[in-house]
Design a protein around this ligand. Structure first.
Ligand code: SAM
Length: 373
């Protein structure tokens, strides 16, 4: 029986279920944000998650961006497909944690009603909001302009047949990014949405635009994403998060598991320092009889790395402490390969005399001695 878990009396859970199904089936009615019931359900449920994602990635922007970028006042940010504004306002929360910073944020959405709600949400003495109602990617009333940070979250999944057109739009926008400026793209963590974003990212990289990829891929990836070589693969984040009891209750009613921030993201910079060469864990770590294994990406090749458990001690401890998205220091995985990689896939048996040096958390924070205890 469908919707078995939804109590008949919980209209929010019922509306969230409808929305969720329409997102999953890529069948969202383009006017869903114009209708009060679905807009409010979106804000009450997805809004909290989006705000947390925005905040988490906003802090990452502060960490990965050039410090000179955040000396600007006001910092000018553009958010595309803003809906009721939560993602952009989450990024804003993080940026405004710098006491000297003021932010001018321009929100764009096809839904005027959603933008009106966003206007009510975004109250902060150092934040000024402006709006454009526009159907992307063709309508561009916000151009020409000058932006320090451009974001787009959970919008491409509703436009997956227009990837190249969105790449055209973002390429044009990138020419209005100030030096050191950042472009952050975020989509849901499911295979289809993730691969669509990775495809858009490859299109941007292939255009010789002024953008380089700063995160999450190690080593400043310039060629195509190895995840796209195999239709079964995709790449996503799974970061710990705390949600309100209200959200968790709704999630339980709907039958969702909400225990982490799950998303695929790409952070481009006009200038800036990419993540250093390393191996990033892009799967859970698996245990089998006699060995542990996981999939790691160095930005060029997707490596299946195995560690035999007879290698007891510090090596196994360091390896098995890794979580999805974390990186370990290794600048020449090719030298460890069992055989030359084929179609972007390679295998490594981790040598027992080689240390596993954990380099960075998924958001780029380096590991320090506290993390080792
Ligand atoms: C899933 S919501 C995401 C809202 C917000 N960015 C977030 O992450 O919470 C997608 C938003 O993109 C807007 N949108 C989708 N396609 C659009 C398009 N082609 N042009 C303008 N807005 C669009 C929708 O109206 C909706 O508000």
């Amino acid at each position: 029986m469908k919707n078995r878990k939804i109590p008949a009396k919980d209209p929010l859970a019922a509306e969230v279920t409808k929305l969720s199904r329409s997102f999953a089936e890529r069948a969202a009615d383009p006017s869903y944000m114009d209708r009060a019931e679905s807009r409010e359900a979106y804000g009450a449920y997805y809004g909290e998650v989006s705000r947390s994602k925005g905040e988490s990635l906003g802090y990452e922007i502060l960490r990965r961006g050039a410090p000179s970028l955040f000396l600007k006042s006001p910092l000018r940010m553009l958010d595309l497909g803003s809906g009721t504004g939560e993602f952009a306002l989450g990024v804003a929360d993080a940026l405004l944690s710098l006491p000297s910073l003021s932010l001018s944020l321009h929100l764009v959405d096809r839904s005027r009603e959603a933008l009106s709600d966003a206007a009510r949400e975004g109250e902060h003495s150092r934040l000024s909001l402006t709006f454009s109602q526009a159907v992307l990617p063709d309508a561009r009333p916000f151009l020409p302009g000058s932006f320090d940070i451009v974001t787009m979250a959970n919008c491409l999944a509703e436009n997956e047949n227009s990837v190249e057109e969105f790449a055209d739009l973002l390429q044009e926008i990138s020419t209005f990014l100030t030096p050191g400026g950042l472009l952050l793209l975020v989509e849901p963590a499911d295979r289809r949405a993730s691969r669509t974003l990775l495809t858009l990212g490859d299109s941007l990289l292939s255009r010789h635009s002024p953008l380089s990829l700063l995160a999450p891929c190690p080593g400043g990836r310039t060629s195509s994403c190895p995840a796209l070589e195999d239709p079964g693969d995709w790449c996503h984040e799974d970061r710990p998060a705390d949600f309100s009891e209200f959200l968790l209750k709704t999630a339980r009613s709907v039958g969702h598991v909400k225990d982490a921030l799950k998303m695929t993201y790409l952070l481009f910079g006009r200038e800036g320092t990419p993540a250093p060469p390393s191996l990033r864990l892009v799967s859970p770590l698996h245990k089998e009889k006699g060995l542990f294994f996981g999939d790691f990406c160095d930005g060029k090749t997707w490596w299946r790395i195995r560690l035999l458990t007879r290698n007891r001690g510090d090596l196994t401890r360091s390896f098995t402490r890794l979580h999805r998205g974390e990186t370990l220091s290794e600048s020449s995985p090719l030298s460890l390969a069992i055989a030359p990689p084929v179609d972007g896939r390679g295998s490594i048996d981790w040598p027992k005399d080689r240390q596993v040096v954990r380099l960075a958390h998924p958001d780029g924070r380096p590991f320090d001695s506290d993390d080792e205890t």
